[in-house]
Ligand binder design. Structure first.
Ligand SMILES: [Fe+2]
Length: 294
């Protein structure tokens, strides 16, 4: 009996703590090292301090609000429509955006999968065009904000949000990837060279995270999912045919090399030497004698 009460008290206490600290700073794996060729450790550390303040603000403002028991996505969408809730919205949205940014980048080198590349090609023409469009949007943002790749209204799109604005304010919008373009995100490492910061961003994107978010968004759009799958299948088939041709060429070359080596062996074998030709003269065998002609 006593132990049950203790367990109940402990559970209640834990639940209270959870409520008091609904939002927490995410675990950023490269917080102590930074990301080589993108962000220094100092820069990540200072940036996380700013993020931490927003987490604390959001936790203070959420108390006794309808959002204590909702997801952060719901809290952002619902608090975005009222001026009264603006302080909470700002803090919660900043927490969401920053958490998304930390997950969008990685210190482990990754490349996009065929699946992600094919999807990008549907809506941007090519992967290169997507990169150019994203970078142009990021560069053109002349106020603090974020540039996003989102899945919205049956397509991948690039959108900018201003200040602590959220892509979730767009109905049925699924964020896929984001880049923080507040000055505090790049000033320590790049000073005013924002374009270099944007260019280096492409070297450290966490494509595994991006694809997981994209696949999650496609749960609601099976038609688009099938379209991507069909393009991936086509690409794999084409690649298989190319590989098959390459393999045949390699095998043919190896066979020819073997034949050549066999010929060389014959050349070295005296039993298989061709009869030497007498240069400048031809020998005709005639009955009983040999006749030479020049
Ligand atoms: Fe930031």
């Amino acid at each position: 009996m006593f132990s049950r009460i203790v367990v109940r008290v402990q559970r209640t206490a834990f639940s209270d703590i959870q409520k008091r600290f609904k939002y927490t700073l995410p675990d950023v794996p490269y917080a102590n090292t930074g990301i080589s060729n993108f962000l220094s450790q100092k820069s990540v550390s200072e940036h996380l301090k700013i993020h931490k303040l927003d987490v604390e603000r959001a936790n203070n403002l959420i108390q006794r609000t309808p959002w204590e028991n909702t997801t952060i996505n719901q809290a952002i969408v619902q608090s975005s429509t009222s001026r009264e809730d603006a302080p909470f919205f700002e803090a919660a949205s900043s927490h969401f955006n920053h958490s998304f940014f930390w997950r969008s980048i990685t210190d482990v080198k990754q490349t996009p999968s065929i699946y992600m590349k094919k999807a990008v090609e549907i809506d941007f023409g090519s992967f290169k065009d997507f990169q150019i469009k994203f970078s142009q949007n990021a560069s053109a943002l002349n106020v603090p904000g974020f540039t996003w790749l989102v899945f919205h209204d049956k397509a991948l799109k690039i959108v900018n949000t201003f200040g602590n604005g959220s892509p979730l304010e767009l109905r049925n919008c699924h964020p896929i990837l984001c880049l923080d373009l507040f000055e505090h995100s790049y000033i320590a490492d790049y000073q005013s060279n924002k374009n270099k910061y944007i260019a280096n961003f492409w070297n450290c994107i966490n494509w595994e995270f991006v694809e997981s978010k994209f696949l999650n968004a496609l749960i609601a759009d099976k038609e688009y999912k099938l379209r991507v799958e069909s393009l991936v299948e086509e690409e794999i088939t084409q690649q298989y045919e190319v590989d098959k041709i390459k393999q045949e060429l390699i095998e043919n070359e190896l066979e020819q090399e073997d034949e050549y080596e066999d010929d060389e062996e014959f050349e070295n074998d005296e039993d298989f030497q061709d009869e030497p030709e007498n240069e400048g003269e031809k020998v005709y065998e005639v009955e009983g004698e040999t006749e030479k002609k020049n």
